[in-house]
Design a protein around this ligand. Structure first.
Ligand code: NAD
Ligand code: UFG
Length: 334
């Protein structure tokens, strides 16, 4: 299969590209490098022995996307390209709506012109909003986001459902990721946010590596076993493999289908932190601070639908996630 990966040089896209190439597929990447580096191509080549075709383009740019489709026979698209920082989306919401919606619309229109009917979309557990009880099931209402980033995901899901309803041969698999962490075991690709990380695992890894001084645990007075928030951390290589299963599913089904990709196992902030310290034999100084605005006490998946429809199940442990996140930092710092 020849698969177009929008945002394919980013964290999840690059890992998915590796799994696709290792499985014998071809990959074409379209990325504007707004949150990634072109050197990721070298790392992908080092890991797989193959170099994907790369277009440095903005996926909002119709002419550029048209060029990708006219120069390549694309069988399916995985749409990773998007802006993803929750806090930033509250400060500059229009940029988020423009980028995340426009990339999707441009892509759908161009796919339509070229008869490409299979799309896998990077959605997020954030679409479950603040009111659903955990664990989250795909059938729950998922249309009450709490920030502009989350709204873009909820809106795109709706756009894709409408598009499928109007185009009966079209397939859209809406993958609702939980909390991807870790990196490829080579340590050559990983989560490499610009500036100070917002997310827990990259923050822990940078404190361990000495680039940041101290981790603040945001709140230990939640109604959870140890008082810190519960999340469904998922190894990015497991997540990447889930995309290959979604492509297989898309080849045999039509319509829009939302599917959680998570482990289904809640892990607290302190559990993740202590696992990281134990597995890697490092020190991670931390303090308990106040709650972070907008954090939910618990967010984790019911992961049965992915197993049933995609025959996919997360396999890697919290220990694997901690070890591989650290090996990326070690590799990167050196
Ligand atoms: P990332 O920022 O590492 O990757 C996104 C890539 O898209 C980057 O390489 C960026 O340069 C590119 N991009 C952004 N806008 C573009 C545009 N207009 N044209 C071309 N390229 C563009 O993010 P990631 O963690 O790999 O996430 C991938 C997708 O998964 C995103 O849509 C994100 O919202 C979604 N998601 C991520 C998480 C997470 O925790 N990482 C959780 C849920 C959903
Ligand atoms: N945390 C800390 N200290 C930090 C960073 C995070 O204690 O320095 C805590 C948070 O308070 C939270 C947990 O670690 O309890 C996980 O936080 P992350 O920021 O790593 O992940 P979130 O679950 O808050 O956010 C993720 C994605 C968002 C997405 C959201 C819901 O980053 O894009 O899941 O799906 F919107």
């Amino acid at each position: 299969m020849n698969v177009l990966l929008t945002g394919g040089l980013g964290y999840i896209g690059s890992h998915t590209c590796v799994e696709l190439l290792n499985a014998g597929h071809q990959a074409v990447i379209a990325d504007n490098l707004s949150n990634s580096r072109v050197t990721v191509l070298d790392s992908i080549e080092k890991i797989t022995g193959k170099r994907p075709k790369f277009y440095e383009i903005d996926v909002c740019d119709r002419d550029a996307v048209e060029r990708v489709f006219s120069e390549n026979e694309i069988d399916a698209v995985i749409h990773f390209a998007g802006l993803k920082a929750v806090g930033e989306s509250c400060r500059i919401p229009l940029r988020y709506y423009r980028n995340n919606l426009d990339t999707t619309l441009t892509l759908l229109e161009t796919m339509g012109k070229h008869g490409c009917t299979r799309l896998v979309f990077s959605s997020s557990a954030t679409v479950y909003g603040p009111n659903n009880p955990v664990p989250y099931f795909e059938e729950m209402p998922a249309n009450l986001a709490t920030n502009p980033y989350g709204w873009t995901k909820a809106m795109i899901e709706q756009i894709l459902r409408d598009h499928c309803a109007a185009n009966p041969g079209f397939t859209a698999v809406l993958l609702r990721y939980f909390n991807p962490v870790g990196s490829h075991e080579s340590g050559l690709i990983g989560d490499d946010p610009n500036g100070i990380p917002n997310n827990l695992m990259p923050y822990i890894a940078r404190v361990a590596g000495g680039q940041l001084q101290l981790l603040t645990v945001f709140g230990d007075d939640y109604d959870t076993p140890d008082g810190t928030c519960l999340r469904d951390y998922l190894h990015v290589v497991d997540l990447a493999k889930g995309h290959l299963c979604a492509l297989d599913y898309a080849a045999e089904h039509v319509g829009a289908e939302a599917i959680n990709l998570g482990t289904g196992k809640p892990v607290s902030v302190l559990e993740l932190l202590h696992a990281f310290i134990r597995v890697n034999g490092v020190d991670v100084p931390y303090v308990i601070g106040g709650r972070r605005d907008g954090d939910l006490p618990a967010s984790y998946a019911n992961a049965e639908k992915a197993e049933r429809l995609l025959h996919w199940k997360a396999e890697k442990s919290v220990e694997d996630m901690c070890r591989d996140s650290w090996s990326f930092i070690l590799n990167h710092t050196n």
